[in-house]
Design a protein around this ligand. Sequence first.
Ligand code: FES
Ligand SMILES: [Fe+2]
Length: 349
Amino acid sequence: MKLLKNIWYVAAWSHEIGESLTTRDLLGKPMLFYRKRDGTPVAMIDRCPHRFAPLSMGKRVGDNVECGYHGLQFDCSGACTLNPHGDGRIPQTARVQTFPVVDRHGLIWLWAGDPARADSGLIPDFEHLVSPHLKTIGDQMIQNANYELVVDNLMDLSHVNYLHAPYQQVDDFLRAKHDVMQDGGTLESRRTVASTRAPQSFQPFLADPDAPVEYWLNIRWHAPGCCVLETGVVPVGEPREKGLVRLGTHIVTPVTTSYSRYVYASSRNYRLDDPLADDETKRWQQMGFHEQDKPMIEAVQTRMGDGDLLSMRPILLATDGAAIRARRLLAAMIEEEARINEPAPAALA
Ligand code: FES
Ligand SMILES: [Fe+2]
């Protein structure tokens, strides 16, 4: 699996990682996570360099991990600190690969590349997840599909009028003004319908559910699979600041070429303490993500088999612009990274 390495990936929600040893497959590797006694998260390969036992089957000894098979101990830098056998000498190769990790915005971010280049300033902004002015409800799921197919689904939101009809359907949406903008390695797709009936998902929370509203749907993509989706409605003629807005978190982390981990959340600016609004969010996430998006994306993966999307020459429609640009941008970033890491050609004699 060709992956961008020098970038932050989401490994878990922060609350999933505690002091106990937690294993999770990510980026084609078995990973071990835990928190040190001071709360700092740690990530390392979940495989002992002796006989390759999962370290997650061992135990914590202070901030270190003891392998459950023959007792080697490793510290948070991956160095072996104890060999209980023979003269106790520690072989030079007794080391486990570790990864920089950062706990931010309620998420555990993992740097997959050169640790010396791990700059936490490059973590995309998901501060809305912890904003006291929004109510956030989230969870996660597995997608039996390549992570780029999941990103495609997010970057081409024309599917809401079909796959998510009638709940999210919006009249005139498919002909709406649609702009795609690029800022460095970030893409933003913006759609606006100047006047329409609010989708069903907003109607219970509007004073007059039948009154015409301005509707907008903007999605921002950060390579390789981190998206923020802003959906809003406001009575026609009112400023957007007065509207009902939901910020959707959609983050896909590859596991294998056809298996991905998908973290999602919805952060709303209305009815923060209303349990009915919470229930509506959970109902939508179950119906929309688990029962509508997931089966369709997985069926697409099955139909595609091992095929590469662009090599299969799909028909491209006006709505495909953002998804195709994201794919091309990511491919260029991966290629550039590989080129920089290639050993310099030997000098001519
Ligand atoms: S497999 Fe870990 S100490 Fe032997
Ligand atoms: Fe969807």
